[in-house]
Design a protein around this ligand. Sequence first.
Ligand code: PLP
Length: 433
Amino acid sequence: MKFISTRKDPAETSFKDVIFRGLAPDGGLYLATEQPNLSDLISTFSGETEFSAMAAELTHALFPEDFTLEQATAIAKSAFTFSPRISRADGNIDLLELYHGPSCAFKDFGASFLAAVMEHFLFGENKRAIILTATSGDTGAAVAQAFFGKENIDVVVLYPGGRVSPGQERQLTTLGDNVHALEVRGSFDDCQRMVKEAFTNKNLKEEFPLTSANSINLGRLLPQSFYYIWASVQGRGSPIRFCVPSGNFGNLTAGALAKLWGMDAEGFIAATNANDVVPEYLEHGIYTPRPSIHTYANAMDVGNPSNFERLQTLFSHREMGDLISGFVVTDDEIIATMERYYKKQGVFICPHTACGILSSERYLKAHPGWNGRIISLSTAHPAKFTEVCQKACGKTPEVPAPLARAINGEKKSTIIGNQMRDLGIFLRETLGR
Ligand SMILES: *Cc1c(COP(=O)(O)O)cnc(C)c1O
């Protein structure tokens, strides 16, 4: 597999360069020059195939020139010490639980794979890497966990001060060691812009081996396709549609790629919170990025989704409309859905998952004759959002062990301004050589 920027630069790039660069030099995002057909391989998988074994085979099939099956198996085993699970939600809706990893959110899948692949490439070369990542909550936690303690790698996480939940902040700030948490006086969009500017800044790039672990990094995006394929194999027999709670649209893009590779699925439902630029585009064909709005589903508070550029490169407006149905969920509806779900099922769901559940229900209502099943992605453990659970259900869920460890740790962070030069100063003072 070779990769090319979504913008002008026609140079074909290897997977190794793609994962260490993150963003393409022309500011674009990388995509494969052509999408492979993996339907033969996928048809050999059964409901019994273990997730990490499936991930190993898919990794080898995607990158035969980079990883032997043996190497791919070692990477998958090191990355995926946890698996997705499927549970019945209600009626024709299943939940794909993606929160059984170390940070209790789906981003563990991408971050752990990226960390394992980078370690593989850096191994023996005595090279160093600095992972620079902006987070609205869950990315940073997953990346911090995945890279924590890795040799020759530092992680710098930028997050908007006061805009992530206390639990998320603990996960970012209590690890220490090679994980540096920067509390930015600004919004998530500021954090994302600072990271983007750092990657296109010549001086910084010459001084530091900067690399990204955001959903712009294909090394994080591609392994997310694996759980779609795993779930489609579990759900074989009826038409499937995936519902994806979306912010930067990395998760949905990963699903769309899996479908291009031959995964059996009819299409996708994009569930957003009040940050509705993509549903608006699907409906009217006009894409209007705007500042993000703060909501209860804060990992989806994105006003200019970075992966939209990939979707637009892959699909025309009409194709995207055929593939994806968009639904918008307000804060009041998030609370009402969490409450209703808890009362009916006795189970807590996180606010992002609630956007997915309500959107799935709306899709079914709008398509009464459809005889398929919706697999709705459950993107984070509800215990990461105790305040919202308390408000919606009057109770809070039990805290899983990895979260409990973070909550009991000591917060260590550095407060910085919202300009790229503030980030540059931090890098020179802390990681300069
Ligand atoms: C990141 C995140 C999302 C949004 O995923 P994107 O790939 O940015 O669209 C949804 N839910 C949770 C819990 C997340 O952490």
